[in-house]
Write a protein that binds this ligand. Structure first.
Ligand code: PMV
Length: 283
């Protein structure tokens, strides 16, 4: 009995999405697999790269007693690539497979949200929504308790390279930091929201989209979530010919995504500096 959940990258709009603005995000061809084995005793992770104290609670939420849980992933953990959202989706899929139940994307999304809340308190819901749905999407969670909306978008032809800062970002702390800097930074959050609308109309123009990603990165610097290491990764990607690059996710660590035609020069430039980098496809 197994379940798989894809990871994600936020193309543009993180942080502003918490305040009701849209974001563009994509599921990637990497993710997390959960395998269940029957065995006596309490349900526990018997093999897991995710060493999170909240994991036992997440397992209890979706699984009955008497299971051993193996987790494998090719996502960097805690780097803004949706590793907990992917785990939530994989767990819900594995639990459903055990019961011979087939889930539509909306039910999967709702159940995975309950698991994701164990890890993130009050997430915008973007991670597991994108993981459950797949592809490139526009995601918006209106303020005032209205349900989130996810709109699938056509898959563009450009490629992505991910450059890993090697440091985990703390999403909860970064979101709290942004909240504490309001209302002084509200104009920047609105500018990010406006930029996302423009980006959606330019998805097939890699050059123009790349410029917008760079502008998005500058706005993320302005709201205080970038770091010198992330700024350096953006510089390395652009110096090696990327159309544009930005931090992806909550910041404070995590990864930079670079929009490219050919991944090779950016991969070579990153690896020459000892940076873990890999190309990604929309999945
Ligand atoms: O770092 P991640 O992948 O968890 O991304 C967080 C994205 C935020 O917009 C900063 C928060 C959220 O809940 O959407």
């Amino acid at each position: 009995m197994t379940g798989f959940g894809r990871g994600k990258l936020i193309l543009c709009g993180e942080h502003a999405v918490v305040y009701g603005f849209p974001a563009l995000a994509l599921a990637v061809d990497r993710g997390t697999t959960v395998t269940l084995e029957s065995r006596p005793g309490p349900t526990e992770a018997i093999d897991s790269p995710i060493d999170d104290p909240r994991l036992p609670e997440a397992l209890r939420l979706v699984l009955p007693e008497g299971l051993g849980v193996r987790i494998t992933t090719d996502l960097p953990i805690g780097r803004g690539m949706g590793s907990s959202g992917a785990l939530a989706v994989a767990l819900v899929r594995a639990a459903a497979a055990r019961l011979g139940e087939s889930l539509d994307a909306d039910t999967l999304w709702q159940r995975a949200l309950l698991v994701e809340r164990v890890f993130h308190g009050n997430p915008s819901g973007l991670d597991h929504a994108v993981s459950a749905h797949g592809g490139l999407v526009r995601y918006r969670r209106p303020t005032g308790g209205l349900p989130p909306k996810l709109e699938p978008l056509p898959t563009p032809v450009w490629n992505l390279v991910v450059l890993d800062s090697g440091l985990a970002g703390d999403t909860k702390a970064m979101v709290a930091g942004v909240a504490a800097r309001r209302p002084g930074i509200d104009a920047h959050l609105t500018a990010i929201g406006d930029l996302v609308v423009t980006a959606e109309s330019l998805l097939h123009d890699a050059r123009a989209l790349g410029d917008l990603l760079l502008e998005n990165h500058r706005l993320l610097q302005a709201i205080g979530v970038s770091t010198p290491a992330l700024d350096d990764l953006v510089g390395i990607a652009v110096g090696a010919g990327a159309y544009g690059a930005k931090l992806a996710g909550a910041g404070g660590g995590g990864v930079v995504l670079a929009l490219v035609d050919d991944p090779a020069p950016v991969l070579v430039a990153a690896r020459a500096r000892g940076i873990h980098a890999f190309s990604c496809r929309i999945a």
